[in-house]
Design a protein around this ligand. Sequence first.
Ligand code: G4P
Length: 283
Amino acid sequence: MEFQWYPGHMTKAKRQMQEDIKLIDLVIELVDARVPMSSRNPDIDELGKNKARLILLNKSDLADKAVTDRWKNFFEAKGYHVVSIDARNNKGMKAINNVINEACAEKIARDRARGIKNRPVRAMVVGIPNVGKSTFINSFAGRASAKTGNKPGVTKGKQWIKLNKGVELLDTPGILWPKFEDQTVGLRLAFIGSIKDDLIQRQELAMELIKVIVSNYPGALESRYNVNETGEPSEMLKQVAENRNCIAKGGDLDYEKAALLIIDDFRNGVIGHMDLEFPEDYK
Ligand code: G4P
């Protein structure tokens, strides 16, 4: 399977971000906790250098808790501040304010040394599509989402959401496109739904997903679909179609439907809380 990207979008988004990043102290980078490396865009380290950095492992409700903890240690060892959250259900959000203060301690001390008091930390949310940036901003800003900085009628300039006395958030997230040569990364992004389904062949994707789940979480597919995990992925897809009554018009097995079922179940976390990549595989 080959995945293609659109450098046109990427270049424009990146240029915008280069401008926006000049205005902020802290980069809040959202990644998908199930694939924290594949859902990062490596450019962000260059774009965000000299800024305080916070990584949010989002969608932790879908991920494997023990692995998420290891990812947290992994990124912390590299100097990032890290919080795991479930933005959709407002979980883990309370910890963020404290961590922002820790992450920006240097800036706050520098301001103080210069006699600048109470200048809020300015932050910006960045990430690839679908990691939950908008959900996070809504959930984090909540009722505090009174905008500051712009007068009515003035369309130029940035909109800032005042979160509390100490923090202002740029109201539009920075979108970076995934970037990869390695097709494994493309596959992982397809599994989590960050690459649109119409770009990919569903049955093939489902069989790749079956392989990955059997290898990392043996027994999970057997207990969900009553399939024999020692068989080939194509055989397992067939068994899912049979066991779940996926029948096409004319009475044949509907492999497409079975494939969609597996993919959706995975994306909704009902096969189990699963990670698709592990910190031990990265230096
Ligand atoms: P983006 O701005 O980064 O592109 O992402 P967005 O917030 O639009 O979120 C993409 C999808 O991920 C949404 O689902 C959203 O509800 C879901 N999501 C965000 N955070 C979490 C989380 O912590 N856990 C889980 N399980 N899901 C999360 P959707 O299906 O596109 O929309 P909807 O069904 O929620 O309306």
